[in-house]
Design a protein around this ligand. Structure first.
Ligand code: PDD
Length: 283
């Protein structure tokens, strides 16, 4: 079955979907996006993702292409047309088409593109059972990492470096030697005393929806979390490490910079949290 994309009011075959060469997303990466998981027909964290999309647009003084209500209808139509029961929906908004000039155009209309793709829970499960490796790299991004912008060059370079090192993800560290986040994931660790730690949200990281949902589940279960920055050194000496994102859910990390974490197997807390999160998504 051919995939269908939504582009500025039209549902078109994925292979034919296109935007204007003077779209500011293409010219300047002047755009924002969201990636939302769907599991067994249920959208996970829809409100959080929609709220964050609006926040990103507001922070960049970008007009919304439509109201949240109609947008949710388009999202469901994209999922229906692509027969996605478990997968991801991608939403991108840019400042629209205008002759190339750095200042905001006076009268451009924001562009809206949506695509959906199927993913496999089983594949994610297999990966989680084995765990993945991460490397650490300097965070060379800007000071507004709280905005989910399509300007992703530093993230792409970090992820490529991870790939070339045979790792799944690159955890970035700031000038103080503290981990900020992964190139497309949030970072967590468990110290030798069993304390769960993740960085508090501010402009230095994206406020991950998976991170927020997991924090809420932890609170419901009376499981304590320390919200503080942790160093590369602490990460390397952690009892357990894991990462969260809309596409990886809760993913155990078993190696940092080529060295095993613990016994090199997914840790018990990471695995428990993965199951708790899986239950949350499936119920
Ligand atoms: N990435 N940090 C960064 C820099 C991200 O790009 C993402 C999401 C996250 C995790 O956020 P969430 O839990 O809301 O997905 C953290 C998406 C999946 C992506 O770029 O594909």
């Amino acid at each position: 079955m051919s995939r269908i994309a939504y582009v500025n009011g039209q549902y078109v075959p994925h292979g034919e979907a296109a935007v204007h060469i003077e779209d500011r997303g293409y010219q300047f990466a002047d755009g924002v996006y969201e990636v939302i998981p769907i599991v067994n027909g249920k959208m996970i964290g829809e409100k959080g993702h929609i709220d964050r999309l609006w926040r990103s647009m507001n922070e960049l003084k970008m007009d919304a292409p439509m109201d949240p209500g109609p947008m949710k209808i388009v999202m469901r139509e994209v999922l229906r047309l692509n027969k996605v029961e478990t997968g991801l929906i991608y939403i991108q908004v840019t400042r629209g088409v205008a002759p190339r000039d750095h200042p905001f155009p006076d009268d451009a209309i924001s562009s809206l593109v949506m695509t959906a793709k199927k993913t496999s829970l089983e594949a994610a499960e297999k990966k989680a059972e084995k765990g993945v490796g991460v490397i650490t790299v300097p965070d060379i991004r800007w000071e507004r990492c709280d905005i989910k912008s399509v300007s992703l060059l530093p993230n792409i370079l970090a992820k490529q470096q991870a790939k070339e090192a045979g790792a799944y993800e690159a955890f970035q560290y700031d000038e103080d030697g503290n981990i900020t986040e992964g190139s497309s994931t949030n970072a967590w660790m468990v110290d030798q005393d069993g304390t769960l730690i993740t960085r508090p949200t501010n402009n230095s990281i994206l406020a991950g929806i998976t991170r927020a949902e997991l924090l809420e589940l932890l609170e419901q279960k009376n499981m304590k979390v320390e919200l503080r920055a942790f160093s590369v050194e602490e990460l390397r000496n952690a009892r357990e490490v894991f990462l969260t994102s809309s596409s990886a859910y809760v993913q155990p990390v078993v190696e940092v910079d080529g060295k095993p974490i613990g016994n090199g197997q997914p840790g018990s807390i990471s695995s428990e949290l993965r199951h708790i999160f899986k239950d949350f998504m499936q119920n």
